[in-house]
Design a protein around this ligand. Structure first.
Ligand SMILES: Nc1ncnc2c1ncn2[C@@H]1O[C@H](COP(=O)(O)OP(=O)(O)O)[C@@H](O)[C@H]1O
Ligand SMILES: [Mg+2]
Length: 353
């Protein structure tokens, strides 16, 4: 069955279920196909939302995961998305190169368009999802995309990996301000160091008469002095830090999140625990960009995105990206293998050796 045929089945099935509608468009992304539908006379959005709880559609489509988007933001239409039988793995080579400054393409949307996380505008990212959903792969994809284009004079990394599983292969990178922090005490120490660095940058910007980091770098360049690299803090498993010293870690993160952007300091925090004691209210508000991969239930989806939806994702890099509470965009993240990480890192370690 082609996606078009499946979409026609959706229309037929919906009519049977008492939700008449007409087909507006069909698109196919790497992981899902999507039909946009115009509700027939007398159909309310509320009626379409209920469909997400029925198995009939999935059965008619031969799909395992059906997701209803009602309404499609800004339109009087709704959408049905289902998993493709021939789901495609995408890699960094399928994506446009990262833009500079700090604009990694994180994947392709359901129309195969690149989805970009532009950090200067949306300076910090929270990545959530259950184990195996694709968080660590997403971090590697962002890091490798940036490492393809940015040397240590442009990008400094602070990496925290309390489980010691993900970031070991980055050790030795000249971009690292300090070795990858693999225990929580070292990690908290490094976060304190970043806060101090940020405060120093604020004082420097003041003496330069610059309003922000970009102006400051222009001023430094005019004075023939070294410019300030971006600082990117990447944490793979925020929970480990929060469980050790919640109050201090929360307050360090909130300070960096609130004041970081103007000083060129950015955060990416990943967690498999979308619960209020890890992703606290303060962290949620101050880290407005959310990437949510598959989660076990609607409650978890709401903690991260303020709405349902992530509970119907497929896993393995099928994600929703949301900026500051805007309706999320569904995308498939790029797969980066451990070998590719090692390869990317070794290009830099060879240079600096
Ligand atoms: N974008 C992706 N494309 C294809 N497979 C993926 C992708 N992301 C994750 N996977 C698969 O899922 C596994 C678990 O992903 P991982 O990022 O380690 O999950 P998490 O960190 O959320 O527990 C990976 O080893 C890989 O096999
Ligand atoms: Mg992981």
């Amino acid at each position: 069955m082609t996606a078009q045929e499946q979409a026609e089945r959706v229309v037929g099935k919906l009519a049977e279920l008492g939700v008449p509608c007409s087909l507006l468009s069909v698109t196919e992304g790497p992981q899902v196909a999507r039909a946009e539908l115009e509700p027939g006379d007398g159909v309310r959005m509320h009626d379409t939302r209920k469909l997400s709880r029925s198995d009939d559609l999935a059965y008619a489509l031969g799909a395992t995961h059906v997701r209803i988007v009602a309404p499609v933001p800004g339109r009087s239409a709704f959408a049905v998305e289902w998993d493709r039988a021939d789901r495609r793995t995408i890699t960094l080579d399928d994506l446009p190169d990262a833009g500079w400054p700090l604009a990694p393409t994180i994947g392709l949307d359901v129309d195969n368009k690149p989805v970009i996380a532009y950090l200067p505008d949306a300076p910090h990212i929270l990545i959530a999802g259950q184990t195996g959903a694709g968080k660590s792969v997403q971090l590697h994809a962002i890091l490798c995309a940036l490492l393809r284009i940015a040397g240590p004079n442009k990008l400094r990394l602070v990496m925290v990996d309390p489980k010691r599983v993900e970031f070991a292969s980055y050790d030795g990178l000249p971009h690292l301000a300090a070795p990858v922090a693999s225990d929580t005490e070292t990690a908290v120490g490094q976060l304190r160091g970043v806060v101090e660095n940020m405060e120093r940058r604020y004082r420097l910007l003041e003496t330069l008469g610059a309003r922000n980091w970009a102006d400051g770098n222009d001023a430094l360049a005019r004075l023939d002095r070294d410019t300030l690299p971006y600082v990117l803090v990447v944490v793979d498993e925020l929970a480990d830090l929060m469980m050790t010293s919640r109050k201090e870690v929360e307050s360090l993160i909130v300070r960096l999140a609130q004041k970081g952007r103007a000083a060129g300091v950015h955060l990416i925090l990943a967690t498999q625990y979308p619960t209020a004691n890890i992703v606290t209210g303060l962290i949620r508000v101050n880290v407005p960009t959310k990437v949510c991969f598959a989660v076990p239930d609607m409650t978890a989806s709401r903690v991260i995105l303020d709405r349902n939806g992530a509970e119907s994702l497929l896993g393995r890099g099928d994600g929703l990206l949301s900026f500051g509470g805007l309706p999320p965009v569904r995308f498939q993240s790029a797969y980066v293998s451990p070998e590719e990480v090692t390869e990317t890192v070794s290009r830099w370690t060879k240079v600096s050796a």
